[in-house]
Ligand binder design. Sequence first.
Ligand code: G6Q
Length: 535
Amino acid sequence: MTDFHALTANPAYEKLVSLARQPFDLSQKDVLNSKRLSSYVSYSQGWQFFYGTQRVDDAVLDALQELADESRVITNFQAMKAGEVINRIEGYESEERMVLHTASRDIWGNPAHPAASTQAAVEFDKLADFLARLASGNITNAAGKTFTDMITVGIGGSDLGPRALYLALAACRIPARQVHFISNVDPDDAAAVLKNLDLSRTLVNVVSKSGSTLETLTNEELVRSAFRRAGLEPQNHFIAVTGKGSPMDDPARYLRSFYMFDYIGGRYSATSMVGAVMLGFALGNNALHEILRGAHDIDLAAEEPDIRRNIPLLMAMLGIWNHTFLKHETLAVLPYSQALIRFTAHLQQCDMESNGKSIDRQGNKLTWQSGPIIWGEPGTNGQHAFYQLLHQGTTIVPVEFIGFRHSQYQNDLTIKGTTSQDKLLANLLAQSLAMAGGRENDNPNRCFAGNRPNSILLADRLTPYAMGALLAIYETKIVMQGFVWNINSFDQEGVQLGKVLANEIIAHMAARHKDKNYQGADGDPGWLMLKESKC
Ligand code: G6Q
């Protein structure tokens, strides 16, 4: 049974407010010693999480543990996985849905929600069959040739997570296969992708849970017309990934249709068919299952109540400490891995769309800070761009570093005694220490105040399993923070108004294309904006 209540109703809240008046000083002499750095580490599924460079001591960690316990984070998480309807606002019209993205990878026996896991397994079996037929040449193009490319058309949750995973694991790609993405309704996005492709050997994976998203449907039509112009039958090339019963649920128009379900939110859908069809095509079924295994193993490990032994929970609580109690507004996620180039963008959506809320689960205005602003770019590139502000700016930005001991391609060279991977890792560690400890200097311009909280997630290598685990660590962190802040992390009403107004302006545009004397409606600001902007 879930128990959601006000953050401020937890006795640990006041304790943390008081501890936050004098947070641990990381810039004290010799404080970043081996005792601290080796005891503030947590391990899970091949990931190590170093948090000695956060502004915490045992008293703060104990209070964060109390807050997690009082907020019932673990029992709420278990209830979520078992299918309790937690995508809701009590007493108001809301989505009223279960939240079961974890079921999409809970397919190996004893699942927390058997019915949802069975639905997932049915789709994974269909996909395995489809992939096997593609590989064996049982499914080919009209000329009997295999498919080499896939275009994925989708936006938001139907693009960001899957794309981030594809880029992260491109090193494991089946050599003869490539994936391309079209998401923006900007026609140049599609034009650039279509320009150099052999469409006759291309599959098009149209991904839309609702089957009604303006950008995706527009781009689908654009790509279909390119196929027709090339003399190709779209239904021999197009695949649908959509919700059962959606306007796109029309198998006659597609070579194959795969389903996801209303209990999986778009931004949590990367391990459902939304990501799986594309990842299975690019990496093969075995690598896809490794991703699922990594994510599932974290879903299980995240039921551990001790924050020091549960990475997602610990990250959630440290994030709450930095944001709600130490009042740091933003969070930089800085992967030291070029392959994770779009992972921060995915987290930006997953976190900010989930936790960018200002009412609680009972519909009351929040009196505490909810989700932070998430941003970031891979290191070391970022070091030559925005790190100046991170080290010496007046705004303190907590950082989550992500790194690996070994490269993916292992195509590296020793130059001046170290490999490039060594140099990358050395930079990551150095940045973490510099931000935390700082360094004094008589010249004020060369002084580093330190005390900039950060942590490091470190694994051996970015494999499919490690990627699945990393994805689930962050999904779970976000969900758990939402529990503590007592907000619904699973709806996104805040994106509706802009969509409604855009559709009104589009209607004016269509009317004006039809009748050049069209005058719009008096006092309609959408029409006035359009007219005034002379578009
Ligand atoms: C994610 C959001 C949103 C959604 C896109 C695409 O949680 O709901 O980003 O994923 O708007 O929606 P469709 O998949 O329905 O096209």
